[in-house]
Design a protein around this ligand. Structure first.
Ligand code: ADP
Length: 161
């Protein structure tokens, strides 16, 4: 059976922490779908289209990586696309407590799916999309925290609506 994982999140925007988790997980899975969960009633900071475009650019040479978007329950999305694993990154104990509940409830909603946690590299533990957004909002330089392929666009707010 093909090992299909989804890596769900908002990726608003994708950071070097997210990229590292995906690259380290590549040898484990046959396919990893980076799935942007969105809510049509709630606008993100960066437009969904840009977030997708950036992730595609970062992984353009990696045939195992696919980018998609979904609305609604992650457990239902996994059923729809036949994914059997949910990949999540763990930065801190607080992440663990939050992820534990979601992972256990997702298992109850879709028994075929297993959540796999990967510990972040120590240097990526403090990095979050929330802080990157704050840096951008205040005109700072976020290039240390986002993949180099997108740092120019992010720092210059070229896609902000
Ligand atoms: P959410 O919208 O669910 O908070 P994010 O888009 O922030 O999700 O992140 C998606 C996944 O990436 C989550 O599993 C999260 O724990 C993980 N992640 C976020 N930031 C980092 C980081 N700096 N290093 C490793 N994993 C991270």
């Amino acid at each position: 059976m093909e090992r299909i994982a989804i890596f769900p999140g908002s990726f608003d925007p994708i950071t070097v922490g997210h990229e590292s988790i995906v690259r380290r997980a590549m040898p484990i899975f046959d396919k990893i779908i980076i799935a942007i969960g969105y809510n049509s009633a709630k606008k993100g900071f960066f437009p969904l289209k840009e977030r997708i475009k950036w992730i595609e650019e970062i992984f353009k040479n990696d045939s195992k990586i696919v980018v998609d978007k979904y609305e609604g329950l992650t457990a239902e999305y996994c059923k729809k696309i036949n994914a059997n694993y949910i990949l999540r990154g763990l930065r801190t104990a607080a992440d663990f407590e939050y992820e534990r509940a979601i992972g256990q409830m997702n298992k109850m909603l879709n028994n075929k799916v297993e959540t796999i946690f990967m510990l972040t590299k120590p240097e990526h533990s403090p990095i979050s999309s929330t802080i990157v957004r704050d840096i951008i909002r205040h005109g700072g330089d976020a290039s240390l925290f986002v993949p180099k392929e997108i740092e120019y666009e992010i720092n210059n707010n070229t896609s902000l609506n």
